[in-house]
Design a protein around this ligand. Structure first.
Ligand code: ADP
Length: 548
């Protein structure tokens, strides 16, 4: 019975519990040395266990066996399980048993009796029983795994339902809020973190609703304010599309809905389009006066939103313009009416001057001075009114600078002599090709040189004319009273005088510099002033060399 012995691994351990129970029973019997009792006991236990038990001495001699007579059994020292039990303390083997014609599994282990004697107890079972046991075990394990799997899946479904359902509700609520429905409130009652999440969601929606209502109210308020503004208001983005306009602006344009349209498409006035285009390009806040459909507007353009949008306010100043025109007409009419009587009065005064006695001469002189002042005012008013006319044109011709200088010298000769002041000219030789309105240019020189003489007690006046790139630069400087810094900004305004007494003392009108500025502007030039009180003044005029 020793064919194909096979070693069993730890699977043989299932027999060790039976071994130990047998060990306890047979140990005292072996200790006593009663082999007959030992054999019958082993046979009894073998019947109970439905397996064969063999007790073998260390030398291989069988001393008891549950199935056979030990005396007739051969030495077992060659059995692998026995050898392994002696050397390793435990041995197993599977081999075919020819006596029962079945595969058997043997499990052997040493048994120490009172620290003296060692015997080997061997348990043999049918492999069929073992395989049936293992199969049963496998089936049971499979059943347990299947049941566990089923329970796990079932629990997972239940769990996922309890978690995903409220999450799905929350997702659908969030979508409704995203569509603008702020009345939605979460109703999750799971008594866990999801319920807390639902509560937080509700608080967030309440806050959002509050903020949204606030924003809508503010927007409404702003819209009401914008539409109630009398001035036309339009917002244009960088690409020229109107993003907002109020009713007043729509009325100016004569269209109802302007939002989303290009300003060029709705305005259709080359001049206005050009002004707006400049405002968009220039990237600064600009104020412009313009005429549109027979009305006059002051346009104020302000850049907002990081210079991406331009807000333009159209303020209708047509009434002001009308008033201004009436005023100008009135001034012109009055000046015209006054001119003749004043000239007549002046004539009488000159006659009277020669005839009055010395006592009355001083009064005649006072009347003469005041009349002269009045004549000057009337003259200046007429000049300025003419310059301010909308359709004032320039009579352009090439300027004869030599002639101009000669005229100025003779005009001021008397006055210069009276005050002992020198008038020096520094004129660049090659000034041909300088085109301007000669009559108006004369006026500039007369007014400025006259002022220099008026407001200087001594010293000299320098007049310099030279070319500078494509411009003509004129500088008139004196060593006179000078102009305080605080007045310099307003000095070119109509009727502005540094101080009344100074002006009256020198019979000024406060219109001279205003006339100069007008003429310079008409020539598309510029005028600057450099002056210090008591330290002279210098007026610098730059005019384009020709007026193309
Ligand atoms: P006015 O007829 O009073 O001179 P202007 O418009 O010519 O009026 O000048 C305005 C004011 O500027 C004058 O009142 C005067 O005080 C001052 N002003 C003008 N030119 C000079 C100058 N060259 N030197 C000092 N002050 C001057």
């Amino acid at each position: 019975c020793r064919t194909n012995p096979r070693r069993l691994g730890d699977s043989g351990h299932w027999t060790t519990n039976s071994d130990r129970r047998i060990d306890k029973i047979i140990s005292p019997i072996i200790d006593k040395g009663d082999l007959n009792i030992l054999d019958s006991t082993v046979k009894d236990i073998g019947k109970d266990l439905r397996s064969r038990i063999t007790i073998i001495e260390k030398n291989g001699k069988v001393i008891a066996d549950s199935k056979a007579n030990p005396k007739s059994m051969e030495n077992h020292l060659d059995r692998p399980e026995v050898v392994s039990a002696i050397t390793n303390g435990f041995g197993t083997a599977i081999r075919h048993s020819f006596s029962v014609d079945k595969d058997m599994m043997y499990v052997a282990s040493p048994l120490k009796i009172n620290d003296k004697k060692v015997v080997i107890t061997r348990l043999s079972v049918f492999m069929d029983d073992y395989i049936t046991f293992i199969n049963n075990l496998e089936q049971n394990i499979l059943k347990i795994i299947l049941i566990s799997l089923f329970i796990t899946i079932f629990l997972a479904i239940i769990l996922s339902k309890t978690i995903t359902k409220p999450i799905n509700i929350l997702v659908s609520d969030t979508n409704k809020v995203a569509e603008g429905d702020f009345s939605i409130r979460s109703n999750i009652k799971t008594n866990d973190e999801l319920e807390l999440l639902g509560n937080s969601f509700n608080k967030m929606i309440e806050k959002l609703d509050e903020l949204f209502t606030q924003t809508v109210n503010q927007k409404d308020e702003l819209n009401k304010i914008i539409s109630s503004i009398q001035e036309g208001l339009v917002v244009i983005d960088k690409s020229g599309i109107i993003t907002l306009s109020n009713e007043s602006f729509n009325n100016i344009i004569g269209l109802k809905s302007l939002k989303g349209k290009s300003y060029k498409e709705v305005i259709r006035d080359e001049n206005v389009i050009k002004i707006i285009k400049n405002m968009i390009i220039s990237n600064t806040n600009i104020t412009n006066e313009l005429e549109f459909k027979g009305e006059y507007y002051i346009c104020n353009g302000n850049l907002i939103n990081d210079n991406n949008e331009l807000v333009i306010i159209f303020n209708n100043i047509s009434n002001l313009k009308k008033l201004e025109n009436i005023k100008r007409d009135f001034v012109v009419n009055v000046s015209h009416e006054l001119r003749t009587p004043l000239t007549v009065i002046n004539g009488y005064i000159e006659t009277l001057e020669d005839e009055v006695d010395d006592k009355n001469k001083k009064y005649v002189n006072i009347i003469k001075n005041h009349t002269k002042r009045l004549i000057n005012i009337v003259q200046d008013l007429l000049i300025i009114s003419e310059l301010e006319q909308k359709n004032t044109t320039l009579d352009i011709s090439e300027v004869n600078v030599t002639e101009l200088v000669e005229n100025l010298k003779s005009t001021f000769e008397q006055k210069l002599k009276e005050k002992n002041i020198n008038l020096n000219f520094n004129i660049e030789n090659d000034l041909h090709g300088f085109y301007a309105d000669s009559f108006k240019l004369d006026q500039i020189f007369i007014n400025l040189i006259d002022n220099s003489i008026k407001y200087s007690e001594k010293g000299s006046i320098e007049v310099q004319i030279k070319k500078e790139d494509s411009n003509i630069k004129i500088e008139i400087s004196d060593t006179g009273l000078g102009i305080p810094e605080k007045d310099q900004e307003r000095i070119f305004e109509r009727f502005y005088t540094v101080d009344k007494s100074r002006s009256r003392q020198y019979s000024g009108t406060g219109l001279g510099l205003s006339i100069v500025k007008h003429i310079v502007n008409l020539h598309k030039g510029k005028i600057e002033l450099v002056s210090k009180l008591n330290n002279g003044s210098k007026f610098i005029i730059t005019l384009p060399k020709n007026q193309n």
